[in-house]
Design a binder for this molecule. Structure first.
Ligand SMILES: C[C@@H](N)C(=O)N[C@H](C)C(=O)O
Ligand SMILES: [Zn+2]
Length: 229
């Protein structure tokens, strides 16, 4: 169990609402739908109302310093079946990278590879006390798009299972290009923190408001959003 999963949840009952996609940039086609993830008629483009309001606010902050730039939505609401599909997919990528099949692995090695997956993916728990962050409608994976409509290079792609995903990976680099990656990650964090989100300590792109991870990171005893199945 991760420490944030021990946070109590008092569900506030706020609805999941559709994200007005015309107000943001959007990764299209949706990356997990493209992989065949089982959405069963549901759309990833939903968030809790309070979370959506804050995301719009964050984009306003962005445009105060970078007019014409937009937040690009990579992923938002994620049903638990999709979370399960994605952790299995991530595990298959780890196996592929090692040139192995699951049958070739000792139980210890298997365990070590799963730990690699769970460095960046949440467990697809069906326990209402420990919902995956995206299944609460409170978490969002995002990047930025510049005035020309180009996705801003942050130095590593979203969902990469490597040290480069750590928000401060480029912080001490002497390379001017890498310094720029860091500044862009900082810009993303600044606008989101100003809008009351918190950032996942190991992922430059993952932000949330009101879920267990947010409560844990911001030293609050209770989360307001539980899982939506
Ligand atoms: C891996 C990334 N897309 C992500 O969302 N990670 C968090 C921790 C999650 O699975 O909830
Ligand atoms: Zn995420």
């Amino acid at each position: 169990m991760k420490p944030y999963q021990q946070i109590q949840i008092t569900e506030c009952g706020e609805p999941l609402v559709e994200i007005p996609l015309e107000k943001f940039a959007v990764e299209s086609p949706h990356p997990y739908q493209l992989l065949g993830a089982p959405y069963q008629g549901r759309s990833p483009y939903h968030l809790r109302q309070g979370v959506l309001n804050r995301l719009l606010q964050a984009q306003t902050y962005l445009q105060q310093s970078h007019p014409q730039w937009r937040i690009q939505i990579f992923d938002a609401y994620r049903p638990i079946a999709v979370q399960r599909f994605m952790v299995d997919y991530a595990f298959s990528l780890v196996l592929q990278a090692e040139g192995l099949t699951v049958e070739q692995l000792s139980p210890d090695r298997q365990q070590a590879l799963w730990q690699q997956v769970y460095q960046i993916w949440a467990i697809p728990s069906t326990d209402p006390k420990t919902p995956p962050p995206h299944s609460t409608g409170a978490a969002v994976d995002i990047t930025l798009v510049d005035a020309a409509g180009m996705t801003v290079n942050m130095g590593s792609p979203i969902d990469e299972m490597s040290a480069r995903s750590q928000p401060d990976y480029f912080a001490n680099s002497a390379d001017p290009v890498e310094q720029e990656y860091h500044e862009r990650r900082q810009l993303l964090q600044d606008i989101m923190l100003k809008a009351e989100f918190t950032r996942h300590p190991g992922e430059w792109w993952h932000f949330s408001f009101g879920d267990q991870m947010w409560a844990w990171l911001s030293d609050r005893p209770v989360a307001q959003y539980g899982g939506i199945v």
